[in-house]
Write a protein of this length. Structure first.
Length: 619
């Protein structure tokens, strides 16, 4: 079949066998367990080492984080409005799996998390009292809008463009090119098949697992800190030590294990839907009982300040002086590192729900919808906190920790006896569901793309996340947040290189997509036909299709037999051997059918002796 006529291949149609990748799992598990042991037995050593490495990294490689975030935003804008926009994240005739409303609702859920509660009230208030260097004076109307703009910058377009980039690349690779759901699969056009299945590809997957572990562990650490503060408030106890936070993590870890072992994941997902509703309810509650009129004015004003200052905020780096570097280290670099570390997790989730969408629709909605949600949430929480501070409310003096400001804000609103319990419940459910989802993603990465990894693999990675969260808290000492920040940034910097490579690989894939080939042929054919029509018939000509002279056809400059554009749609059997396939009838040359796969694979083992999962659709 001509490469311009291939309708695309879904992973469901491929004959894959999944099993534990002993190299990926073994190397990653060894490194992570060694780190956890080091962190638990000598947290001071981890703190000292990470602090030194962090200082060096911020001065010498902080620019890399900025470049990745800026490039991701530029690339997604380009893909949305370029000739690639009409390419589907699926086969040519495939319709979206979910309605647009359901798709956006799930995207909405992905945009909600612990960060809204931990940083929503405190971050804008912090910028209001201590604005970023070289901007505005503190405690002024200008500081209010600068605070909103800076918070929107950290939580808006930049991170969601990055998530969309990784999610789009994974969705395209899996549902258009028929590759297994691994981050390394996106790199096939760069590495070639041998290296993708060899050391280079496995290194990418190892780095993806490590990034996910640390990024999610940072979130779990924030959850534990926030819940700990809630316990202090409702119990009347004094400040909790890290040992109490570790107990909280242990209890929530037990809930995660029960969820994973008992198969109540559907119940957990149902609970997460309730959780999202409660989160939205709390945001609406603050909007209605807080400074509503002020917030109605602040939403468009803050968004406009963000839009007008976006380019300037992107340009802040070491060249602006040490004050700017210190601010970046405390805020921007941590966020960029956190988002980069979360890309495999969020990207794979977005990929799974976006099948059948065009790249244009995917790029626009995935970037803009969550951004709008977070702008509203941060404006409502942050604007309320700033207003309470200006009115002299108790507990809003700016010296409190991030988690204390959240509870102080709700304490100054009606129903203050109830809201702390709701907040702690929401945070606990976020903790369990994030751990569950991230563990499944890491199980998929360590089981050769298996969409349903085995329970013991999922539980192992969940326990590793908990261990890393504990190490982060211990390494931070009294300032637990510093441990989370330092280690997250150190892990994200090397993974930034992977993301740059992913951008190159993704665009190379798109340039040889059947739809792109057809578009190039169409442009060339029409141009040639119009020129020839004018030369031979003047104004009176029409277009028709016929064989062109040698060297003058639409594809005269394109080699349609090149391995670069034909190799990807060669079908293989479970062992990787080439098998003929009729794209018209959907028949395999060896007579294989999906029913054979379901029947014959039961009890099979891979080359390493591990049980395998049949390669049929299990989404």
């Amino acid at each position: 079949m001509h490469p311009g006529l291939v309708p695309g291949i879904s992973i469901d149609e491929q004959r894959n066998r999944f099993g534990l990748d002993k190299m990926v799992f073994g190397i990653t598990a060894t490194l992570i367990l060694a780190f956890i042991i080091w962190g638990v037995t000598s947290p001071d050593s981890v703190a000292s080492t990470s602090s030194s490495m962090f200082s060096w990294a911020m001065e010498n490689t902080g620019w890399l984080l900025n470049i990745v975030m800026i490039t991701a935003l530029i690339v997604m804008v380009y893909l949305a409005f370029s000739r690639f926009g009409q390419i589907k994240l699926g086969k040519d005739d495939e319709e979206p799996e979910f309605s647009r409303f359901s798709w956006i609702a799930m995207m909405f859920g992905a945009g909600i998390g612990v960060g809204i509660f931990f940083f929503g009230p405190s971050e804008p208030l912090s910028y209001y009292l201590s604005p970023p260097p070289h901007t505005v004076d503190a405690d002024t109307p200008e500081a209010v809008h600068q605070a909103m703009a800076q918070a929107h910058f950290h939580w808006g377009l930049s991170p969601w463009a990055l998530y969309a980039l990784v999610g789009g690349a994974l969705a395209y690779s899996t549902y258009r090119r028929g590759r297994v759901s691994l981050l390394s699969s996106v790199f096939r056009t760069l590495f070639g098949e041998n290296q993708t299945n060899g050391f280079a590809g496995r290194l990418v997957d190892i780095m993806a697992i490590i990034a996910t572990l640390f990024g999610t562990a940072a979130t779990l650490g924030l959850s534990a800190i926030q819940i700990g503060t809630g316990v202090e408030i409702v119990s009347g106890a004094g400040p909790l030590a890290n040992s109490a936070l570790i107990i909280i993590i242990a209890v929530l870890t037990l809930a995660f294990i029960i969820s994973a072992v008992s198969g109540v994941s559907r119940g957990i997902r149902y609970l997460s839907n309730i959780n999202i509703s409660l989160t939205l309810g709390l945001i609406l509650f603050v909007f209605l009982v807080g400074p509503t009129l002020f917030l109605l004015n602040l939403v468009p004003s803050g968004a406009a300040s963000y839009a007008s200052g976006l380019i300037e905020m992107m340009g802040k780096s070491l060249s602006w002086g040490q004050d700017t570097v210190d601010f970046q280290a405390s805020w921007t670099a941590f966020y960029w590192a956190w988002w980069i570390a979360w890309t495999p997790f969020v990207g794979m989730f977005i990929a799974r729900i976006s099948r059948g969408r065009t790249l244009r629709e995917f790029s626009v909605v995935t970037t803009l919808v969550p951004t709008a949600i977070l702008i509203l949430a941060f404006t409502i929480f942050g604007g309320t906190a700033i207003t309470q501070h200006r009115n002299g409310a108790v507990g809003m003096d700016g010296d409190d920790s991030s988690e204390q400001i959240l509870f102080s804000m709700f304490d100054n609103l009606p129903l203050a006896q109830i809201t702390p319990w709701i907040i702690m419940f929401v945070l606990a459910v976020f903790f369990v569901t994030s751990t569950d989802s991230a563990s499944v993603i890491m199980g998929t990465l360590s089981e050769k793309g298996n969409p349903e990894p085995r329970k013991y693999t999922v539980i192992f990675w969940g326990l590793c996340m908990m261990g890393i969260a504990v190490v982060m808290l211990l390494a931070g000492g009294e300032d637990a947040l510093s441990g989370l920040q330092n280690l997250t940034i150190l892990i994200a910097i090397p993974f930034s290189v992977v993301l740059i490579g992913l951008i190159v690989a993704f665009i190379r894939d798109l340039s040889t997509d059947p739809a792109a080939i057809r578009r190039n042929y169409a442009e060339t054919a029409i141009h040639n036909a119009v020129v020839k029509g004018l030369e031979e018939h003047g104004d009176d000509f029409e277009l028709s299709v016929g064989r062109a002279e040698e060297g003058h056809g639409a594809g005269a400059d394109f080699d349609s037999t090149s391995q670069e554009v034909t190799e990807w749609y060669q079908r293989t059997d479970e062992a990787g051997n080439a098998v003929g396939y009729d794209y018209g009838s959907g028949e395999w040359a060896d007579g294989w059918t999906p029913d054979d796969d379901r029947r014959d694979d039961i009890g099979d083992e891979d080359a390493d002796g591990d049980p395998v999962t049949p390669g049929v659709n299990r989404d």
